[in-house]
Design a protein. Structure first.
Length: 404
């Protein structure tokens, strides 16, 4: 009887990995990357700040959250801010201030904190004084706000600050200022100055679903992030991807054989956690809802539903939003490259653009910029002097959406 109760309790408390697709994961739902976590933790402890420049959907946000868990476990204080929630510099300041208020350091810097809150309150966005509406100038108050923030930040304590979607915020501020980059330049230089404080024990992690390096290079702001240590997350190995599928099977109450798992990996090719999760969930749904057999047809049908559905729409939307004047040329290149599994030579891509510009030097410059951006963002890779889609899944999605 006692053995039965103990066994039942063990099963009740057993925590399997949940298949949470789309949103960043944490805790037991984060899979693998133990060596990467240990390496980046060493970098942070040795005084480095980390920029995660990896392509979209490789799991940057989830990895950064895991680093926050690691830091908390080591007694550090942590701050996490998704900058996609901010649409202006003032909203960014509000988010950062809100997180600082949760820390014990707020009490020792209460005077600066009160001043900061008073200024922010006054800037929201008009203040009624004696019946008159007074518009307060953010530019005029900005230096005061940043001075008080500098006084509050606890440089004498071990703190890890994670800013997600950095490039999304910067692009939003840029659009709001009608393309005047002075505001984002001042913000990025100010953040860099915080990282340069002598003896500071604060460490920073930056990442974004939109390539930070593309944004900063495109706006001549690379010098504002040249103090970071870059760490690029790689796709999973076949062994790690297989282990992840097995863990998902446990949590999903399904079992695949080795042949099915191997077919899943062969179909995906580029083994990002998100791609594995989406394919697994599609297969599981067809098993549970449609009573589908677990065979090769199941993998193929699930894969086809992904490339025909909305799962990968962000690969289209982000390009439309972020590539500006280069957008049409990017689509032109990708529409041709997705037709060739082995990719296309640079000279052939040059010829495509030359038909539009009829200027060899200009074509070379535009092509170089685009190939660099598309590789940074995870669309393309270079192999044997050919440019091809990094992911067969994205290639098939692109062909189905824009060529078929």
């Amino acid at each position: 009887m006692h053995f039965c109760i103990y066994t039942c309790l063990i099963k009740l408390n057993e925590r399997y990995m949940k298949n949470r697709t789309g949103a960043p994961v944490d805790g037991n739902d984060f899979f693998g990357r133990e060596k990467e976590i240990a390496y980046v933790w060493d970098l942070l402890q040795n005084g480095n700040n980390i920029l995660l420049p990896s392509p979209r959907r490789v799991g940057k946000s989830s990895f950064a959250k895991k680093m926050l868990e690691k830091a908390e476990g080591e007694g550090w204080e942590v701050i996490e801010i998704n900058l996609e929630r901010a649409h202006s510099e003032l909203e960014f300041v509000e988010l950062l201030t809100g997180e600082l208020r949760k820390m014990s350091v707020w009490e020792r810097s209460k005077e600066s904190g009160i001043k900061l809150l008073e200024i922010i309150s006054a800037l929201k966005p008009t203040l009624s004084i004696g019946g008159a509406e007074v518009k307060l100038d953010w530019k005029k108050e900005k230096s005061n706000i940043y001075r008080e923030l500098e006084r509050i930040l606890p440089h004498d304590r071990e703190v890890l600050i994670f800013f997600d979607e950095v490039a999304v915020l910067l692009n939003g501020i840029l659009l709001d200022s009608n393309g005047d980059k002075r505001q984002i330049e001042e913000l990025m230089h100010w953040l860099r100055s915080l990282r340069q404080v002598s003896g500071s024990q604060i460490r920073w992690i930056f990442c974004s679903s939109v390539g930070i390096e593309n944004f900063t290079t495109g706006h001549q702001l690379s010098k504002t992030i040249n103090d970071f240590s870059y760490y690029e997350l790689k796709p999973f190995s076949s062994e790690a991807a297989t282990s992840m599928i097995i863990e998902l099977e446990k949590g999903g109450n399904v079992t695949f054989n080795e042949e099915i798992r191997a077919q899943m990996l062969a179909k995906l090719g580029y083994l990002l956690p998100y791609f594995i999760q989406v394919l697994f969930e599609k297969m599981k749904g067809k098993i549970q809802i449609e009573d589908a057999l677990i065979d090769q047809n199941l993998v193929n049908k699930a894969y086809n539903e992904i490339i025909e559905g909305a799962y990968l729409n962000t690969w289209d939307e982000r390009l439309r939003e972020q590539y500006g004047d280069h957008k049409d040329d990017a689509y032109l290149l990708l529409r041709h490259i997705c037709r060739a599994k082995e990719g296309m030579k640079r000279e052939n891509l040059h010829n495509l653009l030359y038909q539009k510009y009829s200027d060899a030097d200009r074509t070379d410059s535009i092509l170089a910029t685009l190939l660099n951006m598309l590789q940074n963002d995870g669309y393309l890779a270079e192999n044997n002097a050919h440019y091809l889609f990094r992911s067969p899944l994205i290639r098939d999605f692109w062909f189905n959406r824009f060529v078929k």
